[in-house]
Design a protein around this ligand. Structure first.
Ligand code: 26V
Length: 815
């Protein structure tokens, strides 16, 4: 897309330089001699944007003439990171802009560093949405993403005395050149009030929602076809209070309206049940549906054509209210019959599940929901009633089954189970990796599989965009691959990487490959020096675990094994130490602000680092680093620099993982459990190129049971590590007591003790393998060579063909 867009503009360095200066002197109103890196960034961004906008409008214009079926990707999170480097690379103009900016006295890399991340997401789910938008655009699918334009993205993390502290991420401080306000698109969103029931002239009961308040939704658009809504006070509404002489109330209403899109909720995998979050969800789904319906209505088609024009993908349960809102629009406002409306709804929606963790399952309290959305509650109860009637017909006299499948959980107060609503309102439900998709069929959605049949439940293994995660993040490796394969077609057809397999046998190629890895490690070592003031050697094995901090991801097990390694080294003679493989263990990731145990894990990592890094008996044999404020831009430095990365969740808990794919694509090996996409990575790259350990998903229940009721003793090596912590080897042991308690026999839910011995062994295998650098480099090349499957292009194409039923629409270049 970007490539095509850029063609019309004059692309010589002079023109580019002029357009940069033009933006500095006019848009930014600064003198060209008074420019700093940041204003240079703004000017380059604005100039880049100019090249995109007119062409992009043309594309949309042509598309609206053809009016093909479109997909709408509803996601409460889009974790985009920076845009400029990516845009320039995709347009093929990075070098020319680099030259232009150099003539003005700037260095492109510094200018790129001035951009702030768009961090409107927590982790995997939000980054997946960003990768999918990249692939949808690259493959010319007619698609829109819909989300919220938060004023504050995911918090910034700083480490103070070893503890995580959170700071607001006010990313819009200096304007965002990558978005266009669409002030013409403004939609009124209602809340509260009551429902009026009347009989129409034919005696049919009609329901009308009489809202109690409303806010405005304003659209902004970015060049990746993402439309983000922000909330504003409704003028008419303020006026009422104002005219009543209640000036203060009118201002308060206005402030409350703006609150809705103020902040991204920073919990990943835990449900808090906050009213403001529910308001966000309704505000966003209602605005998006309004927009979708408005576009559909332009074509003057029948309502029954709606599912042939519109596919809506629900990214987790967060947008499930869209199902209810569409049913309400069709029944209450368009006056369709319930059954006709419901058929349209279920043909339109499809739902992606991203987790099986019970604490992440969204539920809303019925009283709170009723107060905010009274008509929607009635509709949910009706959906549930008709659904349970059909279940009862198919499986008569099974109260237990009806209770389990009900959209309403009979608790005090009653709860709406959003996952059940999403399954009932969709025609397809998918998991995000093969294991996970099978798991949801036998656990959380088992009853639904029995009722609907197997075909409704499918797998769509996640993917990542190679444009950002190899070409942009690892430019040297990208260039070497292009040289080796003879062209850069692999960027849009990742299976072509297979051609690299033969190169693993070429010693000269291996040398180039490993030289690039080392350069990337030097770059990361510099970042570690800058951010943590720790010196690490790029010749050591770089061992990396970066992801959200969560008990199921077992960063705790990793740091416990690091302590074990430390104790082992301390017990060695000088001669024994001479054969130890030096290792730098690098952690990064944010803990949800209210997740006490996760925050203690961060503290423990930092306390261990403080001791180990200063211990002369250890020297360079072991270093421990916690990189603060892990985000997309930091990932772009870390991922290419990894020798080994850790994907060590308890089997069956990590739905897919996507960083595993990023690391392996960049020639990093992984150590991991048989969980999520690790299993499929193993299938693709072969067991010689991956370090697998630990129990399997089907063994987990038995292991927990054995632990609980047969008192299986703690692993002895683990016991030794815990004793060391308790003796005060790393700060006051009282601090860590709550963390250590999670390992008490019978309570070790994530099976750290059960997997500990095999984890230590796998780590020893890593050390041994790394010693043979020639063999290691072959493994590294084969990793990259066999990762074609994990391109998000493949994922998106599967969704398009098997769920959305949409076709690509390459737009003609009118020259
Ligand atoms: C869940 C919740 C629950 C309610 C409150 C706020 C909130 C915010 C985010 C989430 C998302 C949790 C699910 C999630 O991120 N799953 C991850 O999805 C990745 C992409 O499919 C996948 O690779 C990871 O394995 C999975 O943990």
């Amino acid at each position: 897309l970007w490539e095509r867009l850029s063609k019309k503009e004059a692309n010589d360095v002079e023109t580019i330089e002029k357009s940069i200066v033009h933006h500095v002197t006019t848009t930014l109103a600064r003198a060209a001699y008074n420019m700093d890196n940041f204003s240079a960034y703004q000017a380059v961004a604005l100039s880049t944007r100019d090249r995109l906008i007119s062409r992009w409008n043309e594309t949309q214009g042509q598309l609206s003439k053809v009016d093909p079926k479109r997909v709408y990707y509803l996601s409460l999170e889009f974790l985009l990171g920076r845009s400029m480097d990516n845009a320039l690379l995709n347009m093929g103009l990075k070098d020319k802009y680099g030259e232009g900016i150099k003539r003005l006295g700037f260095n492109m890399e510094d200018v790129i560093e001035s951009e702030v991340d768009a961090a409107l997401g927590n982790g995997g789910l939000g980054r997946l949405a960003a990768c999918y938008m990249d692939s949808l655009a690259t493959l010319d699918y007619p698609a829109w993403g819909y989300g919220l334009r938060y004023n504050y993205g995911i918090f910034q993390q700083r480490i103070v005395d070893g503890y995580q502290t959170e700071y607001p991420d006010y990313w819009l401080n200096f304007d965002n050149p990558w978005e266009l306000p669409r002030l013409d698109i403004s939609i009124q969103i209602a809340f509260g009030g009551h429902v009026q029931t009347t009989q129409d002239e034919y005696g049919v009961t009609r329901h009308t929602w009489i809202p109690g308040s409303s806010v405005q939704a304003i659209a902004t658009e970015n060049c990746n076809n993402i439309r983000l809504w922000r909330s504003k006070p409704t003028k008419a509404f303020d006026l009422t209070s104002f005219n009543e002489g209640n000036y203060e109330k009118s201002v308060e209403d206005a402030t409350n309206a703006e609150k809705i899109t103020s902040v991204l909720y920073p919990n990943d995998n835990t449900m808090a049940g906050k009213e403001l979050r529910l308001k966000q969800q309704y505000f966003w789904t209602a605005a998006s549906l309004h927009d979708i319906v408005r576009r559909f209505k332009k074509s003057m088609r029948e309502w029954s054509d709606f599912p042939d024009q519109v596919a809506i993908q629900l990214n987790d349960t967060h947008p499930t209210l869209a199902i209810v809102e569409l049913q309400r629009l069709l029944v209450d406002e368009e006056l369709l019959s319930w059954d006709d409306a419901w058929e349209i709804v279920t043909k339109t929606f499809a739902f992606t599940n991203h987790t099986v963790l019970p604490e992440a399952m969204e539920k809303w309290s019925v009283p709170m929901f009723e107060y905010l959305l009274p008509r929607h509650l009635q509709i949910i109860f009706d959906i549930n009633l008709f659904f349970l009637q059909k279940v009862e017909k198919k499986f008569p006299n099974d109260r237990g089954l009806l209770n389990r499948m009900s959209i309403i959980e009979e608790a005090q107060p009653q709860q709406i189970r959003m996952a059940h609503l999403a399954v009932v309102g969709s025609h397809k439900v998918n998991g995000v990796a093969a294991l996970h998709s099978n798991l949801i069929k036998t656990t959380i959605f088992k009853d639904f599989v029995d009722y609907y049949g197997e075909d409704k439940f499918v797998n769509k293994t996640n993917g990542i965009t190679p444009r950002r995660w190899l070409h942009q993040a690892n430019p040297q490796l990208s260039a070497l691959i292009t040289e080796a394969l003879g062209n850069d077609k692999w960027l849009k057809n990742l299976s072509l990487l297979k051609g690299l397999n033969a190169k693993a046998e070429d010693a000269a190629f291996r040398k180039k490959w490993m030289t690039i890895k080392r350069a990337n490690k030097v770059r990361l070592a510099q970042l570690i020096k800058d951010r943590c003031d720790i010196d690490v050697s790029p010749d050591a094995l770089f061992d990396i675990q970066v992801k959200r901090i969560h008990e199921y991801k077992r960063q705790f097990m990793n740091i416990l094994a690091v302590i074990h390694r430390y104790r082992t080294i301390k017990s060695m003679t000088a001669a024994q130490k001479a054969s130890v493989q030096p290792r730098v263990v690098i952690f990064g990731g944010k803990a949800a602000p209210g997740y006490y145990i996760a925050k203690l894990v961060i503290k423990l990592i930092n306390s261990v680092a403080a001791v180990v890094n200063q211990d002369p008996a250890v020297g360079d044999l072991l270093k421990v680093v916690f990189v603060p404020d892990y985000n997309v831009s930091v990932a772009e430095i870390i991922v290419p620099a990894s020798d080994i990365s850790q994907h060590i969740s308890t089997a069956g808990t990590e739905a897919s993982g996507t960083s595993n794919m990023k690391f392996v694509l960049n020639g990093g090996l992984i150590i991991g459990t048989l969980d999520g996409a690790n299993i499929e990575i193993l299938e693709e790259i072969g067991e010689d190129n991956i370090f697998i350990f630990g129990c399997m998903a089907h063994e987990v229940e038995d292991l927990r049971h054995a632990q609980r009721y047969r008192g299986v003793p703690m692993d002895p090596a683990l016991q030794g590590v815990i004793s060391a912590i308790e003796r005060g080897t790393f700060e006051d042991p009282k601090i860590f007591q709550p963390l250590i308690s999670t390992l008490t026999v019978g309570k070790d839910f994530y099976l750290i003790s059960a997997d500990f011995a095999s984890y230590i062994t796998a780590n020893q295998q890593v050390d041994a393998a790394y010693k043979n650098q020639e063999e290691w480099s072959k493994k590294s090349i084969r990793c990259t060579a066999n990762m074609g499957k994990f391109s998000s292009d493949r994922s998106v194409k599967e969704y398009a063909d098997e769920i959305w039923n949409i076709k690509p629409y390459p737009v003609e270049d009118e020259g």
